[in-house]
Design a protein around this ligand. Structure first.
Ligand code: HEM
Length: 297
């Protein structure tokens, strides 16, 4: 592959890092080498939860997404990016883990539900990269990404996280085979969230936002469950052609020197002057006594 020298140098480092540097390897992948595609993959992970009726019901009942779709969506991304950029046990990472444990304390859900949501953050972006990014993830990046989510799971008291990326994929596929289904709550959440994606698009593309999401998800069962229009051949071809063109340009450009995410920075219209960590988190936090299946503290 003929690529810019700075991309090649980074790829070289990402192929043979020290295994103990998994956090740095994952950070480099997320914030530099494959940043744009990893972010898109996170968006797609978020929608997937709405196709699981029990999870959709819980989210719908708490109503944070319907009431503050943009804040919920951006804050979720911020929590994950803070953990990646600063480190799980860093001064900024620890409050994010505390936030996760606090908001989920009374969330009803089985161990598998929690494992599934955790693994959507791993499997969905990686699959997107494997299909659409300017390069494949390296083996070391797969190991580093898997390790990151295992470590995050451990800090959320989620046990039995699959040890390898391949095992994570197997769990993810089995869970979806038995759980994906349409529900009024899931479709309602999807409708409430589409606008967040729409706002990030150039104006002429906004009317086709649902079609675009459906094409990117590329899974008829899932898109049906979410109430999205079926992706047609034309939109599939437009997506792959557009991404091929983008990849050709990316390969010729130098690696960006500014990270894709800077902790506390103004990254969106939601926090135009930047944010402090105590602004992050849902307003509605479930308070009812936990369901028997919820093992989080
Ligand atoms: C380890 C897996 C999970 C991760 C990493 C995760 C991530 C998050 C994050 C980052 C927030 C805070 C959002 C914000 O700041 O506004 C949040 C809130 C929430 N999560 Fe999760 N979540 C997980 C599993 C689940 C599951 C399985 C359910 C449902 C069964 C669930 C239901 C909720 C609810 C009800 C809230 C409160 C805000 C709302 O109603 O949307 N989460 N989650």
């Amino acid at each position: 592959m003929n690529i810019n020298a700075t991309l090649a140098a980074s790829l070289d480092r990402q192929e043979t890092p020290s295994p103990s540097d998994w956090e740095t390897t994952f950070r480099q992948m997320m914030l530099f080498d494959l940043a744009a595609d990893m972010e898109l993959g996170f968006f797609l992970s978020y929608y997937r939860n709405f196709a699981i009726p029990s999870i959709a019901k819980t989210l719908h009942t708490n109503a944070e997404i319907q009431q503050r779709a943009m804040k919920r969506s951006y804050d979720t991304a911020i929590v994950i990016y803070e953990l990646i950029a600063c480190g799980l046990d860093s001064d900024r990472g620890r409050p994010m883990v505390e936030l996760l444990n606090r908001v989920h304390r009374n969330v009803p859900g089985s161990k598998d539900d929690f494992l599934y949501v955790l693994l959507t953050l791993l499997v969905v972006p990686i699959r997107w990269i494997q299909q659409h990014a300017w390069r494949q993830p390296t083996k070391a990046e797969l190991v580093a990404a898997s390790r990151f989510f295992t470590e995050l799971g451990t800090r959320m008291n989620i046990t039995c996280v699959p040890a390898t990326y391949e095992e994570a994929e197997a769990f993810f596929d089995n869970y979806e085979t038995t759980h994906v289904a349409a529900s009024p709550e899931g479709r309602h959440l999807m409708d409430a969230t589409v606008q967040v994606f729409q706002d990030r698009l150039p104006a002429p593309l906004r009317p086709v936002a649902k079609q675009m999401i459906s094409t990117m998800l590329d899974d008829d069962r899932l898109t049906h469950a979410l109430g999205l229009p079926r992706a047609g051949r034309i939109s599939r071809t437009a997506l792959t052609t557009g991404l091929k063109l983008r990849n050709a340009i990316t390969r010729r450009r130098p690696l960006k020197t500014k990270p894709h995410f800077t902790p506390g920075d103004a990254g969106s219209s939601l926090y135009p002057d930047g944010y402090s960590l105590n602004q992050i988190g849902p307003v509605n936090v479930p308070h009812s006594p936990a369901h028997a299946g919820n093992e989080l503290p």
